[in-house]
Write a protein that binds this ligand. Structure first.
Ligand SMILES: [Zn+2]
Length: 450
């Protein structure tokens, strides 16, 4: 353990009444922006000097054949290096708290003649201009706000950032999260009892209608007080600009859930049926009244009546849950409601209600209730996933910009990883944001102690 020390001195104005607090605070903020990186550089240069003394001998008295804690990148030997002076220009490395400028010392290998800077070698900084921690910090911000705004926020906390760098950070971090959506990285312990499948459209690529982002989310637990239950979710799969069938492989690797929640889109239902043939399917209670409204629109039903019917169905579903109805009671009131539509000869709406009938009250089946009792009851809709989708859309819609498909994939990957606290994200953050184990103290000499 060696001690590195840095002396900070400041030309503080006299306390004569003209010195304002805001000036002092501005000084403190200016120090925040500069001190960490400068202290780090000074400490590293002191460590570098000690290393070179140890490996090459004192400056004016070189010693031959001394062992080194590093190997020559040219020939691999670990001894007999000679001083080769300092590089004239400092090496710039952008880190999470500012810009570090290192004055690097070179050594030369007496075996092969290679000249290199051992500090870069030992800290694995060769070829690096920016640390992973800075990239993760920038990507984390950029997954919550526009690139420009993310850069602005990062800069206000002393991080070297620009719009372009925030953009690059997302592109750099996304590939490090390649476990996102890959089944092999899902905790086997956190197998999901409820799987929710849903998709959303996003403005990307050359097509006018954009592309589809499909997501599979698992519900693993609920916690918190009765009225403010919080759902715990795991990200099971995500695809960008691919058909639903593409997610089959990711999902097939999972244990079959107790129930699958779908929005009614045929491709999603098909995927659920083929992946887990024995798992009952639940139609989302949030989507069904909306789908009914669309069907009645296609049937050219009068708008006020169609709106009323939509509200009626939504209320029917709410009442079913509130009044703890049985499966057959619920089905009975559903059939009565359906008859009021059928009687009015609305074919699309009739077909919708008939097609959904077998899946609307799956959550009320006694065996499903029993298997999900520990979860505090099933999720009656895709509400949890809807919230995720809303956040995704809120971020990707900023400024009405049109994304490249790759750019969107990177952003969605980082955003979903963060929002669901995916294991790949947690690991990346733990690796780049370890606790500091280097202890330090700040000593303040006392003048004129009386
Ligand atoms: Zn060598």
């Amino acid at each position: 353990m060696a001690v590195a020390s840095v002396v900070l001195s400041a030309e503080l104005p006299e306390l004569d009444g003209s010195l304002r607090w805001s000036q002092l605070e501005a000084w403190a903020v200016a120090m925040r922006d500069e001190v960490p990186a400068v202290v780090l550089a000074a400490a590293l240069e002191q460590a570098q000097d000690r290393l070179i003394d140890r490996v090459c001998g004192p400056r004016w008295l070189p010693v031959r054949d001394l062992p080194a804690p590093f190997a020559c990148p040219g020939c691999g030997v670990m001894q007999d290096f000679a001083r080769k002076g300092r590089r004239s220009r400092p090496r710039r490395i952008d880190i999470a708290v500012g810009v570090v400028r290192l004055h690097l010392a070179n050594v030369g290998c007496r075996a092969c003649g290679r000249v290199f800077a051992p500090l870069l070698l030992m800290l694995d900084l060769s070829g690096r201009r920016r640390t992973d921690r800075l990239a993760v910090d920038l990507a984390e911000l950029a997954s919550q706000m526009s690139f420009a705004r993310a850069a602005q926020v990062a800069r206000s906390f002393g991080a070297p950032a620009s719009t372009g760098r925030a953009h690059h950070a997302v592109a750099d971090v996304a590939p490090l999260l390649d476990g996102i959506g890959a089944a092999e990285l899902i905790d086997s312990g956190a197998s999901a009892a409820v799987v929710i499948l849903d998709g959303t459209g996003m403005r990307a690529g050359p097509r006018r209608l954009g592309i589809a982002c499909n997501i599979a989310l698992g519900l693993t637990a609920r916690s918190g007080p009765r009225r403010r239950r919080r759902a715990h979710t795991v990200l099971l799969g995500v695809t960008i600009d691919q058909p639903w069938a593409a997610m089959g492989e990711q999902l097939a690797a999972l244990d079959a859930p107790v129930i699958v929640v779908v929005d009614g889109e045929p491709a999603i239902t098909r995927l659920a049926e083929t992946t887990w043939p024995d798992t009952p399917i639940q139609r989302c209670w949030w989507h069904l009244p909306r789908a009914l409204r669309w069907a009645l629109y296609a049937d050219k039903a009068p708008h006020p009546w169609a709106n009323a019917k939509r509200a009626e169905l939504a209320e029917l579903l709410r009442r079913t849950a509130r009044e703890h109805r049985t499966h057959s009671q619920a089905l009975h009131s559903y059939d009565t409601f359906s008859a009021s539509i059928t009687g009015a000869h609305h074919h699309a709406a009739t077909e919708l209600l008939l097609g959904a009938r077998d899946q609307v009250f799956t959550c009320l089946l006694p065996e499903v209730r029993r298997d999900l009792a520990w979860l505090g009851g099933p999720e009656l809709g895709s509400g949890v996933l809807e919230r995720v989708m809303r956040e995704l859309n809120a971020r990707t819609d900023i400024g009405g910009s049109r994304w490249s498909i790759n750019g969107l994939r990177d952003l969605v990957t980082v955003q979903l990883a963060r929002m669901t606290d995916h294991p790949a994200w947690r690991t990346l953050r733990q690796n780049t944001h370890p606790f500091s184990t280097i202890s330090y103290k700040i000593s303040t000499p006392k003048f004129n102690a009386c």
